[in-house]
Design a protein. Structure first.
Length: 405
């Protein structure tokens, strides 16, 4: 039995018991993938859940994705002949888009040109500038960063945009989370409207004056907390937090003023906060740079609190994406769906493990320390190990380990 057959056999065992249900299944295009290839065939369609479940039981694909779009003829190709009927919205948060410190511990790179190698995550070789080959891993720390982003997004969707219906959440099966929005409020949104939503969510081109932050007659105003909405409200909260931290060098750096002036501002913290809350006025720093100072502070607060949403993906209505509650062929983990309540306590590298503890012997080429189902394994470097089936599948699916014997 080779590695692909090993993963496939175990997937088949899992799908023998699974019973999926997909909303509007007959109008979606499906795609499946093989060992090491997420999508190798597209333009598949299923008339019913039971047809899909039979397919999963018989074929046990290593990857299965479906379209966000609804089509009259999902099985037709080219795309233009499918007859587009509308589409869900999707937002993806992947840990590989985030700059977390843990990457220094678990990621590495190698340069195909000068053969340079190193720890951490970067795009181009620091010696010769060639795009590097990345070795990416995901741990509780970086996945938790994607969860935090997901919560910010949910807050924006529900509280700012009133899109609180038809949200469903799932783990991607590898690097992060997917947030699906379905239903009439989103189905007919045009491409332009989807871009506009994205701009709002990522605060692209945010106009501070429109949010209630503006200068008039040498006074810099902010919105009243009770009247503030959306980004205006969010910025007030962030401003209070920044002042509360009392870090004068941070305020100086953000606002482009001297540490001495920042200290002056913080010495009056209580009055500054009271004026914000009660009068809708931001403290005037001495000198002429008041407007510049507050706008620079606001810009920093926006850029350090905005979401890393992949713009390309979120606006692409032709995209196909992992079917929730199916297995990811690159990890063997379940792209598990969960409720908003469950999300708070969700452990993505434990709650998505579906395979047993049965011991399997593998030869591991190279792996950092990995966390799965509450246990740490490795690091491994060109060595044999006996691992529980779920960890063996994870490393084999990631193509970092081979079967022994
Ligand atoms: Zn190089
Ligand atoms: Zn990590």
């Amino acid at each position: 039995m080779n590695e692909e057959q090993f993963v496939s056999k175990n997937f088949r065992n899992f799908y023998a018991k699974s019973d999926l249900s997909v909303p509007a299944i007959s109008q979606r295009e499906f795609g499946v993938g093989d060992f090491g290839k997420k999508i190798s065939r597209r333009h598949l369609s299923f008339q019913s859940d039971s047809e899909l479940n039979t397919y999963l039981r018989e074929q046990a694909p290593l990857f299965i994705s479906y379209s966000l779009a609804y089509y009259e003829f999902p099985e037709r190709s080219p795309m233009s002949s499918k007859s587009f009927l509308g589409a869900d919205l999707i937002y993806e948060f992947d840990a590989d888009d985030l700059k977390t410190e843990c990457k220094q511990r678990h990621d590495s790179w190698s340069c195909p040109k000068c053969e340079g190698t190193g720890k951490g995550s970067l795009d181009n070789c620091p010696k010769c500038g060639t795009p590097v080959k990345k070795e990416q891993w995901f741990c509780p720390e970086c996945l938790d960063a994607t969860r935090k982003q997901s919560f910010v997004l949910l807050d924006l969707l529900e509280n700012d945009l009133g899109l609180d219906k038809g949200i469903s959440l799932n783990f991607s099966g590898n690097a992060g989370y997917h947030i699906h929005l379905r239903g009439d409020s989103v189905k007919d949104l045009s491409h332009e409207a989807r871009i506009e939503l994205l701009d709002y969510l990522t605060a692209k081109g945010l106009d501070f004056a429109k949010q209630g932050f503006y200068e008039s007659e040498k006074t810099f105003f902010c919105p009243y907390p009770k009247q503030a909405k959306g980004w205006g409200k969010r910025l007030l909260v962030l401003l209070e937090k920044l002042l509360g931290e009392g870090d004068s060098s941070k305020i100086a750096a953000f606002g482009g003023i001297s540490v001495k002036k920042a200290k002056e501002l913080l010495a009056n913290k209580e009055q500054v906060l009271a004026a914000m809350r009660e009068k809708g006025i931001l403290y005037s720093i001495s000198g002429r740079k008041n407007k510049q100072f507050w706008e620079s502070i606001l810009s920093h607060l926006v850029s350090s609190n905005t979401l890393d949403i992949d713009r390309q993906t979120s606006a692409d209505i032709r995209k196909i994406i992992r079917v929730p509650d199916t297995l990811h062929g690159g990890t063997g983990l379940l792209a598990k769906s969960f409720s908003r309540e469950e999300f708070k306590e969700f452990d993505p590298l434990s709650d998505t493990v579906v395979f047993s503890d049965e011991s399997v012997k593998v030869f591991i080429n190279k792996s950092p320390k990995i966390y799965l189902k509450g246990n740490w394994f490795g690091p491994f470097n060109e060595e044999e190990a006996k691992l529980p089936l779920y960890a063996a599948i994870y490393l084999v699916a990631k193509r970092r380990a081979n079967l022994v014997g």
